[in-house]
Design a protein around this ligand. Structure first.
Ligand code: AMP
Ligand code: ZN
Length: 112
């Protein structure tokens, strides 16, 4: 499949991995928007939040189960962080493999 994040998950394209388990892969964003900016993806290809169904929603739970561990490993559990999922054009989604941005390391601005 011609998907950038599928290629990162299978190692075809290199990434700066920060976490991996059998369902989830996380790597540093190539163009960080915060001192700590990690992209967290499910290993299964789901294009966007629009494609979440009862059959595949466990992929979202898998990501949220990994988040505390990832945040802890990055040292931002206590200072805090923001999770962002962009869906579609108006949110500026550029890669159509669902992903969650983990942003931290500084006090964030307004939510939107
Ligand atoms: P979005 O704009 O929400 O679709 O997020 C896609 C993110 O992927 C952006 O923040 C990009 O900087 C990031 N990105 C694109 N290509 C790579 C790459 N090869 N390695 C790491 N992050 C990437
Ligand atoms: Zn994909």
């Amino acid at each position: 499949m011609d998907c950038l994040f599928c290629k990162i998950i299978n190692g075809e394209i290199p990434s700066d991995k920060v976490y991996e388990n059998d369902k989830v892969y996380a790597f540093r964003d190539i163009a960080p928007q915060a001192p700590i900016h990690v992209v967290i993806v499910p290993k299964t290809h789901i294009a966007s939040a629009n494609d979440i169904t009862a059959d595949n929603s466990s992929a979202v739970a898998d990501i949220y189960e990994a988040i505390p561990e990832i945040a802890k490993s990055l040292g931002i559990s206590e200072s805090g962080y923001r999770i962002v999922n962009n869906c579609g054009k108006d949110a500026g989604q550029t890669v159509f493999h669902i992903h969650f941005h983990l942003l931290g390391g500084e006090t964030g601005g307004k939510m939107y």
